[in-house]
Design a protein around this ligand. Sequence first.
Ligand SMILES: O=C(O)c1cc(=O)[nH]c(=O)n1[C@@H]1O[C@H](COP(=O)(O)O)[C@@H](O)[C@H]1O
Length: 289
Amino acid sequence: MPEPAGLPVGRSPFGERLAGAMAARGPLCVGVDPHPSLLAAWGLTDDAEGLRRFSAAVLEGVADVAAALKPQVALYERHGSAGIAALEELLAASADAGLLTIADAKRGDIGSTMAAYAEAWLGEGSPLAADAVTLSPYLGFESLRPALDTAAETGRGVFVLALTSNPEGASVQHVGGEASVARRIVDAAAAENRRYAGAERGHGSVGLVVGATVGDAIGRLGLDLAAMGGPILAPGLGAQGATPAVLKETFGAAYTRVLGTSSRDILAGGPGPQGVRARAERTLEGLRG
Ligand SMILES: O=C(O)c1cc(=O)[nH]c(=O)n1[C@@H]1O[C@H](COP(=O)(O)O)[C@@H](O)[C@H]1O
């Protein structure tokens, strides 16, 4: 199986790096979602300076507890270029702290435009490059090709929306019965992971997003998540109602590849790093138990 040619020096593929972080720290991703209500509750201003302080405190609190940090891009975009600069600072500081980042940007567009998104979020030397980015496949999985290829070239990763945590997702993702939209996405991601080294260990760099709240949909739609060869990002813990126990039951045999992610529930532990850390530790304990 080919190793992606010419990875930047010292960087192994994202799937391998995430598997290492999950083995060392456990299967928790902390979402950095600086909602105006949270900034207010933390006594911070709803501006770029507030974002900067909030982000730095979350990073300090969870740098050695979480396997990854997932900043929600829209909550930085709200403040225009100054907000984006705060996001860039968080991405750089996380890299310095040895913590993986997943930019929750949910990008998806026609191929030629997708190439520009890929360059922005996954390209070498881009100030916004994270270790991985979330992608929306609803212009067709293959429209994501530039991001899939850039990720493979730079040792970064992607998480493609398959079954989202919101109730409205079913109206698109469940369509098609046995050949559902979600199943096609899962099969396409599995095929993509088989193309690269690491797949034999199940450490592919093409991940999926499957909500912790999807109930029995995985079985009903016949999704083979255990064999998809990459990580599964599972949002919906905490504020959206799912618990670690629900997560284990929902994913069954595929649970070993699940990275549980929670934002508001953990962030509500603030102000400051200690309270966030305490909530992250409690969530992690549940995910491990
Ligand atoms: O891609 C995501 O991260 C995502 C996918 C999904 O299906 N559901 C979902 O909630 N998310 C994101 O995960 C985070 C969940 O936040 P909390 O509900 O506060 O834990 C938000 O940033 C969402 O945008």
